[in-house]
Design a protein around this ligand. Structure first.
Ligand code: CU
Length: 122
């Protein structure tokens, strides 16, 4: 009889433990949900071009430029004020969150033939 009670106690502990594990893994999902609300798009700067050169995003999206070249580049809005990465050396990155809708053409200040655009939807 004692043995049965002991077994049932062990079983109860296992069930409670499993429930805890499930709720804990549920809590881990929270940061992911947050990340989806403000997604990030990456534009690589490689071989003297922006890749992809033209992207369409939703308002509130973060765009991250990463310079994969060993030469310095910039990602500078054509209007000169929306955003400007400044000189990005090898491996450096710059992030900008687009808060207003519209087409935002940009270029590299050092190499004027390097061009790209970000289209921001509402
Ligand atoms: Cu450049």
């Amino acid at each position: 009889m004692r043995r049965i009670i002991l077994l049932m106690t062990v079983a109860a502990v296992v069930v409670v433990g499993t429930l805890f594990a499930v709720s804990a893994s549920g809590a881990h999902k929270h940061p992911t949900a947050k990340a989806q609300k403000h997604p990030t798009r990456t534009v690589l700067i490689q071989n003297f071009s922006f890749k992809p050169a033209h992207i369409t995003i939703k308002r509130g999206t973060k765009v991250r430029w990463i310079n994969k070249d060993s030469t310095a580049h910039t990602a500078t809005a054509n209007n000169g004020r929306s955003f400007d990465s400044g000189r990005l050396g090898k491996g450096k990155r710059y992030t900008h969150t687009f808060k207003s809708a519209g087409k935002k053409p940009y270029h590299c200040e050092i190499h004027s033939d390097m061009r790209g655009s970000v289209v921001v939807k509402r």
